[in-house]
Design a protein around this ligand. Structure first.
Ligand code: COA
Length: 340
């Protein structure tokens, strides 16, 4: 018997209500709105405030995805995040509890900006193995809390938010069926984007007799090298996903890539020869939201009418790890609420 395939049956997303514009950042950082817009494509981002957390965002996006799918129960919850509220325990069980989903298996997955695509592969596996007949997959981040607000090289890039999908068991021939998922990592480049302390190797550099060591406490990023890696790996992941699905570039109606930098998206599209009008962009409104980026973009694209039933969609992502991944799907008929 052919194993069941994960089929997209609901989607929802949210961002914190607090908006931070480039002009806001330029008031306390040595930067300018023009620099940020021209080098990244970002105009504004949403940032958690008032104690809002990753789990709060995940619960809101999850609620909307369940409503979109018209279901009140799932067999498993996967939370892709690289900004968990705490090291232990995982946030997913709390999300499941707050959504009233009972004692279902629930776990976190840490693949930075590739988290949602890794989550699609994992959910596909849960469904194909028969371990679950339905999965709520959420990408949620409050990553701005891990970025040095005084570092102009990183503070201008990131935003917070969450996006969620409900995946159910179905067949590969149905609209919404997730295509073959292509994934990869390169652990030799882990230091290109990392947060040195806070884990088991190096605990927080605070406490008796210690000054807060900002360079180990906050995100460290080698922007220029990452940029080149992102273009190469997202292009590669896109090509693998297309090949595995038996698709060619002209068949793609919409390319929804991880929103890390508008110049990265443009460079990937150029290499793939995807025309500009088929590249979805919402980084201007949300910044880089890591694992939330792709489900937020998909929700926005569908809500804005840029993604319609029957459209062939190519997804690809790249992030810390390094990690990358891509897949394809034909957009199903879904009820979608705007995330903004
Ligand atoms: N405002 C003004 N100037 C800034 C700045 C800011 N916010 N941030 C950096 N600069 C300066 C740098 O100090 C540097 O100055 P110098 O030439 O005097 O040394 C200059 O701008 C160019 O820096 P560079 O890092 O080469 O800029 P860039 O064009 O590569 O853009 C990024 C920087 C971070 C926007 C870009 O490299 C990027 O997007 N990289 C990928 C990041 C990413 O995707 N991370 C997440 C992984 S998914």
């Amino acid at each position: 018997m052919t194993p069941a395939r994960a089929v997209l049956s609901g989607i929802g997303a949210c961002v914190p209500s607090n908006t931070v514009t480039n002009a806001d950042l330029s008031r306390h950082l040595d930067t300018s709105p023009e620099w940020i817009t021209s080098r990244t494509g970002i105009e504004e981002r949403h940032v958690v405030s008032g104690g809002e957390s990753t789990v709060d965002l995940a619960v809101e996006a999850g609620t909307r995805a369940l409503k979109s799918a018209g279901v009140a129960a799932v067999d498993a919850v996967v939370l892709a995040t690289t900004s968990p509220e705490r090291l232990c325990p995982a946030g997913a069980p709390e999300v499941a509890h707050r959504l009233g989903l009972g004692f279902v298996p629930a776990f976190d997955l840490t693949s930075a900006c590739s988290g949602f695509v890794f989550g699609l592969g994992t959910s596909q596996g849960l469904i194909a193995s028969g371990l679950a007949r339905s999965v709520l997959l959420i990408g949620a981040e409050a990553f701005t809390t891990l970025v040095d607000p005084e570092d102009r090289g990183t503070a201008v890039i990131f935003g917070d938010g969450a996006g969620a999908v409900v995946l159910r068991a179905g067949t590969g021939a149905e609209p919404g069926a997730i295509g073959p998922v292509s994934l990869g990592t390169d652990g030799s480049r882990a230091d290109l984007l990392h947060i040195p302390s806070g884990g088991s190797r190096q605990r927080a550099a605070t406490g008796l007799g210690h000054e807060l060591d900002k360079s180990s406490w906050y995100l460290q990023m080698a922007g220029r090298t990452l940029f080149q890696q992102a273009v190469a790996r997202m292009t590669e992941a896109s090509r693998s996903a297309l090949d595995d699905a038996g698709w060619t570039v002209p068949m793609v109606d919409l390319f929804v890539g991880h929103q890390a930098n508008l110049r990265i998206l443009t460079a990937v599209a150029k290499r793939l020869e995807v025309p500009e009008e088929r590249v979805f962009v919402n980084i201007d409104r949300v910044g880089n939201t890591l694992a939330a980026s792709i489900p937020l973009a998909l929700t926005a694209a569908a809500a804005q009418g840029e993604l319609n039933t029957g459209d062939r969609v190519l997804l690809s992502a790249f992030g810390a790890g390094l990690s990358w991944g891509g897949t394809t799907l034909v957009w199903p008929d879904l009820a979608v609420e705007s995330p903004l």
